[in-house]
Write a protein that binds this ligand. Structure first.
Ligand SMILES: NC(=O)C1=CN([C@@H]2O[C@H](COP(=O)(O)OP(=O)(O)OC[C@H]3O[C@@H](n4cnc5c(N)ncnc54)[C@H](OP(=O)(O)O)[C@@H]3O)[C@@H](O)[C@H]2O)C=CC1
Ligand SMILES: CC(C)=CCC[C@@H](C)[C@H]1CC=C2C3=C(CC[C@@]21C)[C@@]1(C)CC[C@H](O)C(C)(C)[C@@H]1CC3
Length: 418
């Protein structure tokens, strides 16, 4: 079976060596952040105050809880959906079908957690279990990625991703070989991208808020803001679930360790870092500052949602009255590119909005520590790298039309800066 990517195709993420380094570095960074957030000095750089023994990492209770969580989210995924959407056209000209019931899963999870808490479920005990939970999530990601790697051995060539099939096992294990691994209607990548990790993230945030209320009588304003902003972000992602079908993760990247670990471990345990930090390092926050931070988040959200919705509306139906008046460039593929509206301001206005929101999530944590700004730093690096990958793919797809777009819209993410 010939690999769809020739041996001389450019490898991403520094090739096999880079992939091997990331296999170790990503989990190590996640545990470093978890330990730093609970330590007094809360240092982002430098070694953690103390290293945990295996007994702090391994807990059968955490394993059971984690498996129950995955099982619950899988069951909610399988419930009847209000809509079934079609994905992008695949190499063999077929389209996969996806249930649109993510927001329903969020609401049902909230109801179940509410019922559990009123029946005596100790939600405030969850923050103490973050370390063993992150450990089992990491183990699950490794085992699951191994399963995905094996499953791809028997997949038809047309089901393989454009990257992730170099022939080097470490590189392919990391990037992922199969584009849309499924068993019947259950799509593993689509499920993982939006359910256990994203909903788990807001549940961890909520548990940290509850724990803070137990410790100090009531949650702090900073904790409310972080919870509110991130709940808006997750609620928005699930409300606009269909839009994820056009992201590069679904249409281009294979499903391997990078996305499996990213979705189920990295997102819930590192994206909740600000709330973890606030639990152990309370920060005073006055109303004027809180209002300014809310304004920053609102501006970021406005740009993020406006840009994403404009592109999705345009891709679904270019004659939709909301986008029909926008200027476009025709490409040889028959698809057009927007050159006015949000997409005429910079080439990735949605990244700009996302980054502004990331800043608003860190500001409630004050400026005494660098740790709560980790997300902003990591996210800037991720989006700059992602933007470069997307540019390469668009240049390949659209050729001269893409060059014309770059000439007319010269800035990538930040007007006049980058
Ligand atoms: N919180 C997090 O950790 C992360 C969040 N994100 C967010 O996810 C969202 C999706 O990001 P991502 O999938 O990277 O990329 P985009 O949603 O920006 O999609 C890029 C694609 O859009 C199309 N496109 C580009 N320019 C134009 C144009 N001018 N007119 C019309 N179509 C255009 C091209 O695809 P085509 O032409 O084929 O349609 C291109 O490949 C973003 O808001 C991002 O911020 C992303 C990563 C991580
Ligand atoms: C460092 C590391 C482990 C990298 C893996 C990256 C993943 C964590 C991210 C890749 C793309 C993502 C997206 C979202 C979450 C993070 C990951 C999985 C996303 C679901 C967040 C909510 C947004 O509204 C979104 C749906 C647009 C977004 C899609 C991409």
């Amino acid at each position: 079976m010939a690999p769809p990517q020739g041996p001389r195709a450019p490898l991403e993420f520094g090739g096999p060596l880079g992939a091997a380094a990331l296999l170790l570095l990503l989990p190590a960074t996640m545990f470093h952040l978890l330990l730093a957030a609970r330590s007094g000095p809360a240092r982002l750089l430098g070694p953690p105050a103390s290293l945990p023994g295996l007994e702090a990492l391994w807990s059968p209770r955490a394993l059971l809880l984690w498996l129950a969580w995955l099982g619950l989210q899988a069951a909610l995924y399988l419930l009847p959906a209000r809509k079934v959407a079609e994905g992008q056209e695949l190499k063999d000209k077929s389209r996969l079908r996806y249930p649109i019931n993510g927001f329903q899963a969020l609401v049902l999870t909230a109801l179940l957690v509410g019922l559990g808490v009123s029946a005596g479920l100790p939600l405030g005990a969850l923050p103490e279990m973050l370390l063993p939970l992150a450990f089992v999530a990491t183990l699950t990601a490794f085992i699951f990625s191994l399963f995905l790697y094996m499953k791809a051995q028997v997949a038809p060539v047309s089901a393989l991703a454009p990257g992730g099939n170099s022939g080097n096992p470490i590189y392919d294990f990391f990037l992922g070989r199969e584009l849309n691994p499924r068993i019947c209607f259950f799509d593993f990548k689509y499920f993982c991208e939006l359910r256990p990790g994203l909903i788990g993230w807001v549940l961890i945030n909520l548990a940290l808020l509850v724990k803070e209320a137990e410790l100090r009588g009531s949650p702090s304003l900073a904790m409310w803001l972080v919870n509110g902003f991130q709940l808006l972000y997750v609620g928005d992602a699930l409300w606009h679930e269909e839009a994820v079908l056009t992201t590069m993760d679904i249409t281009h990247d294979g499903f391997g360790f990078m996305l499996a670990f990213g979705d189920i471990a990295w997102v819930p345990f590192t994206y909740s870092l600000q709330a973890q930090f606030l639990l152990r390092h309370p920060q005073p926050l006055g109303l004027p500052m809180a209002s300014a931070i809310c304004l920053i988040n609102a501006i970021g959200y406005y740009i993020f949602r406006g840009a994403n919705s404009q592109k999705n509306t345009f891709r679904k139906n270019p004659s939709d009255p909301r986008v029909a008046g926008l200027e476009t460039i025709s490409t040889a593929t028959g698809r057009k590119l927007l050159v006015s509206g949000w997409w005429g301001m910079v080439r990735h206005p949605n990244y700009l909005g996302d980054l502004i929101m990331a800043l608003a999530w860190s500001l409630p944590c004050g400026v005494s520590h660098l740790l709560p700004y980790f997300y902003l730093l990591y996210f800037t690096a991720l989006l700059v790298h992602r933007e470069a990958r997307d540019e390469r793919q668009c240049l390949q797809k659209y050729g001269l039309a893409w060059q014309e777009y770059c000439r007319r819209v010269p800035y990538r993410i930040m007007p006049y800066i980058y």
